[in-house]
Design a protein around this ligand. Structure first.
Ligand code: ZN
Length: 364
């Protein structure tokens, strides 16, 4: 499907832990009387099935999303399972419900297939190692499907819930707020339940439930923030919010002069470098700081600046949301807006934040 799949290093640790706990705990308990090697073989095969199942679950979200024109940046598998990173949110409620429901449905489908195979192999009296692995595969997929159907946003069930609220009210932010509140209540109950389990002596399961609850709570908060920001910035392009009257500096000026005439007396943290109407780059306070004090009188702005090829440069038609992601990725606070080599303006993180605040106030 053209989607890169990344494996987070925590997955390897958990892979070994799961294979080990199956080989030493679960399998000998369920199917006593087998050899150590056989238990390890079952443990490893079951762990492979578990992570393959998580990947197929994520791929079915991605498949439905891609088929409906929603781009998927990548799938990351990590120790809690998988995440499909969508670069955009679904444009309408029905699509959100369909994308969210695809994962758990696929998990239940795999559970049914493996469960059927388990039943048949049981009748055919094949080695217990095979039936044990199939049985575990069916159980884990049913669990995966059921857990993800919890109405706790941003789990799949929570997304289905948000999508149906959104469809009824037509208000995405309102629906997300409600779904987040429900999700926080569920995660709080999970954490309380986990602590109760710890106090009652079931330490491992208790910790597991507490961590899951915390994971859902922080996921819900992040999801709400993303939705609020996405909604506030929807339809806004860089050309709308950039500062047009920018103070520029010539490339032949010395760094010393730049400091005394610009940085010390003007409020900006960076200046575009322009010669004969052509944009050459940008010089920021960090660039100046990299030049030792004794060399600032001789070094020029052209030598110290970040040239256009390496600077954050965008066209005026780029969306404000993309620019915000770009700033986070490049760890920069200002982006040059350039068209055909001409500087049109500059957008700072402050410009984006102010736009979000203003539009939120006006929407409330
Ligand atoms: Zn899912």
């Amino acid at each position: 499907m053209g989607i890169p799949v990344r494996i987070h290093y925590t997955l390897w640790v958990v892979f070994v832990l799961i294979a080990w706990s199956l080989a030493y705990g679960y399998m000998p308990h369920q199917y006593p009387g087998l050899g150590a090697m056989t238990y390890w073989a079952i443990g490893i095969a079951s762990a492979v099935i578990l992570f393959a199942s998580v990947l197929i679950h994520e791929l079915s979200h991605s498949y439905v999303a891609k088929k409906n024109g929603l781009p998927i940046a990548r799938i990351t598998l990590f120790f809690f399972g998988g995440v499909s990173e969508m670069t955009e949110e679904p444009q309408h409620a029905e699509l959100e419900v369909r994308v969210a429901a695809a994962g758990p449905l696929m998990s239940f489908l795999i559970a049914a297939v493996l469960g059927g195979l388990w039943f048949l192999t049981n009748l055919a009296r094949v080695p217990v190692a095979i039936t044990a692995t199939l049985g575990y595969g069916a159980l884990i997929n049913a669990t995966l499907g059921a857990f993800n159907l919890l109405p706790a946003f941003p789990l799949d069930g929570g997304r289905v819930f948000r999508g149906s609220l959104w469809k009824r009210s037509g208000n995405l932010v309102g629906a997300t707020r409600t779904a987040t509140r429900v999700s926080e209540a569920i995660s709080l109950l999970m954490m309380l339940g986990g602590f109760a389990a710890i106090i009652l002596g079931d330490f491992v399961n208790g910790i597991w439930i507490v961590v899951l609850g915390w994971f859902i709570k922080s996921g819900a908060e992040t999801g709400l923030r993303q939705t609020v920001v996405g909604e506030a910035l929807s339809g806004v392009v860089v050309g709308d919010i950039m500062t047009r009257q920018t103070v520029t500096v010539p490339p032949e000026m010395t760094v010393q002069q730049l400091v005394s005439d610009y940085f010390l007396v003007q409020p900006h943290g960076g200046y575009p470098v322009v010669k004969d109407g052509q944009i050459l780059g940008i010089i920021t306070l960090q660039c100046v700081r990299a030049i030792p004090k004794e060399r600032r009188a001789t070094e020029t702005v052209a030598q110290a600046m970040i040239p256009c090829e390496r600077a954050a440069v965008v066209k005026p038609t780029v969306t404000a949301l993309d620019v915000m992601q770009r700033m986070a990725r490049d760890n920069t606070g200002r982006v040059l807006v350039v068209e055909d080599g001409q500087l049109l303006g500059i957008v700072t993180r402050g410009d984006v934040m102010k736009t979000i605040q203003t539009r939120q106030v006006l929407a409330a």
